[in-house]
Design a protein around this ligand. Sequence first.
Ligand code: SAM
Length: 272
Amino acid sequence: MKMVHSTGSRPKKSLGQNFLIDAIFIDRIVAAVDASSADLICEIGPGRGALTERLVRTGAEIVAVELDRKLIDPLTDRFKAQPNFHLIEQDALTVDFPKLFADRNFSIARLASVKLVANLPFYISTAILQRLSAQREFFSTLVLMFQKEVVDRITADPGNSERGFLTVIVESAFQIERLFDVPPNAFQPSPKVWSSVVRLIPKPVAAGEDDLRSLLSAGFAQKRKTISNNLKTAFPKYAEALALAAIDPKLRAERLTLEDWIRLSDAIRSVS
Ligand code: SAM
């Protein structure tokens, strides 16, 4: 079932504006969020309001962050009768999420379970995933739609050439559940590629995450090189650390599990 809710303005390719129009997929995403009137839900990029409409109806408080000024008036107008809809005109990449919620005086009970939902443009996928990983303690669940290749990358197992810096960062921050794929014709305009929806459940924040991030950044610097060649310049005692963590120095970074990276990060700290 296709529904088009026009705002009059043309979709902007530069902002990744492919609007969901297929009610079946809209329903499936909203069901994955499992929203209730007790929730506080942050939506990044409400667009023309396809997901927002269903979320507002659950009675949850909705804080929507939209960058495109041209969509602000139509969204404000569409939800003007809904006191539980709050619209922020801002770049999601600059949002300080705890401050965003604190500024609006939501109750402590609501702040205990903040959910995030977004159908994200390709151009901010990596940056927003890093930002959400760093600020994950403020969320209970995140339901995100990306281009399928982004989801392939963040769910790539050890040994898969798609596995990289972003995979391990996301793995270290969240339990990842791949939910379903969405075909191009569920959007208007239709993108060239399929999309995929994932549910991310935040893991507790652990000590040493900054060290792990620096290690991953060095470890994946050049994907075709071995782990020892990549670590050489950043960590003078890399050989000792690899031996202590029982990691074969000739492996490529994509072969290492999250547990290997954490062990290696601990080993670097203890030999330094
Ligand atoms: N949620 C709507 C839907 O599913 O139909 C729209 C999804 S569309 C793929 C992406 C939305 O994100 C657009 O409304 C776009 O303007 C918005 N957007 C793009 N970059 C953004 C950013 N940096 N911060 C906030 N919103 C952004």
